[in-house]
Write a protein that binds this ligand. Structure first.
Ligand code: K2U
Ligand code: NI
Length: 183
């Protein structure tokens, strides 16, 4: 099982470079990795398991955070309306996005960053993501609100971008123009 020991931390080269496209169909090993990434997120959100294995709660995980430079991400969370988002995705790509921006009012964190970094992270308010799922099916997702933020955070990891790269250096709490706050 994946634990925090498998997650590389800021400064690791895998977090600072673009990851490679994954050839289709994905291999058995890549399919197993996606399943293990999803299981990590589920474990991290289960109080007993997280305590037992000292896991930090996570709603998303990208393969480069495991030192694996492949365009694979896992997402697992329920939105505020109780809708479950649970995906293992291959080569996810944002194919369109709104001009309007959004940001998490509480700021962002990262399983690969062991320190709090304050400030608003400007993101696209709405995105359309095209990807392939673990069974090789093409998938197209139209996302807004918190789900859109989670997917952008994870896709950033595939491009060597950390959440703090987006924060306004002069004024971390500057309200991004044309933006809506997500609570
Ligand atoms: O990629 C990661 O490090 C996982 C992040 C993803 C994330 C951070 C901030 C905003 C959206 C997504 C972890 O999930 S950070 C911990 C966390 C846990 C529960 C809810 C929000 C953030
Ligand atoms: Ni992260």
């Amino acid at each position: 099982m994946i634990t925090m020991d498998d997650i590389v931390r800021e400064g690791h080269p895998s977090l600072e470079k673009p990851a490679a496209e994954v050839g289709l169909p994905i291999s058995k090993e890549e399919k197993k990795l996606l399943e293990e990434m999803l299981q990590f997120l589920i474990n991290s959100q289960d109080e007993e398991t997280a305590k037992k294995y000292d896991l930090r709660a996570g709603v998303g995980l990208a393969a480069p955070q495991l030192g694996i430079e492949k365009r694979l991400i896992a997402i697992h969370f329920e939105d505020f309306n109780g809708k479950l988002y649970s995906y293992g995705l291959v080569n996810p790509k944002i194919i369109s996005h709104s001009v309007e921006q959004s940001y998490l009012a509480s700021g962002e964190g990262c399983l690969s960053v062991d320190r709090p970094i304050e400030g608003y992270v400007p993101r696209h308010a709405r995105i359309t993501v095209r990807a392939t799922d673990a069974d090789g099916n093409p998938i197209k997702l139209r996302l807004k609100g918190y789900p859109a933020i989670v997917f952008q955070h994870e896709i950033d990891h595939l491009n060597g971008i950390m959440f703090y790269d987006h924060i306004n250096k002069e004024n971390p709490f500057a309200i991004p123009e044309n933006s809506v706050a997500i609570d």
